[in-house]
Design a protein around this ligand. Sequence first.
Ligand code: FES
Length: 219
Amino acid sequence: MKKTNTVNKRIRNRKPSITVVKNGPYIVRDLKNFRDSEERPLPVQPVMSLCRCGASRNKPYCDGSHTEIGFVGEKDPHRAPGKINEWKGKNITIVDNTNVCSRDGSCVNNLPQVFEEENPDAVNVKRIIETIKKCPSGALTYKMGGRHCQAFKREPAITVARNGPFKVVGAIRLKDEMKSEPACPEHYTLCRCGHSRNKPFCDGSHHEIGFKDDAEAGR
Ligand code: FES
């Protein structure tokens, strides 16, 4: 009995992971916290497949449609390279890595005087840090006191953004056959519309193509 309890405990405590299958779905293991854009819990299985081609009729889960549409899950070799900008203020330096930006817009919507004007002195540092923590893709980080702060501590979770990417937090390990690594291992956004030029990461292309949760893209 004791042995069974120990095994059950070990299963409960397993850390979640995401495997990016070449030209296929995300295989998610041992995730406990999966939710929709309204923070409502979604059903989980110890191992589940999530759609990344955008064509599943059962989003956010995979229904095998990637095979039918001939989905190619690679980065676009001709995508324009991004850059890393640093905006230096008196008390904080904002680091903006455009390579992984998912164009979520929370930064410019919350603090346009900082993020549109590129002015880290426009408001107090606490408000800037709060806004940076809302950046789901890891594009925004900051430097303070000689440290580059990018590892926020949160419980592992995946949120399905409405008509947008999977938002991953809590340092869920990403295993990708093509060796993609998140800019911030604690949080990143994964494409689920199938059109990112920077797969598996979201690059905001879902806005351009008008990706809809209830549509079956590519059909
Ligand atoms: S979900 Fe595909 S680019 Fe954002």
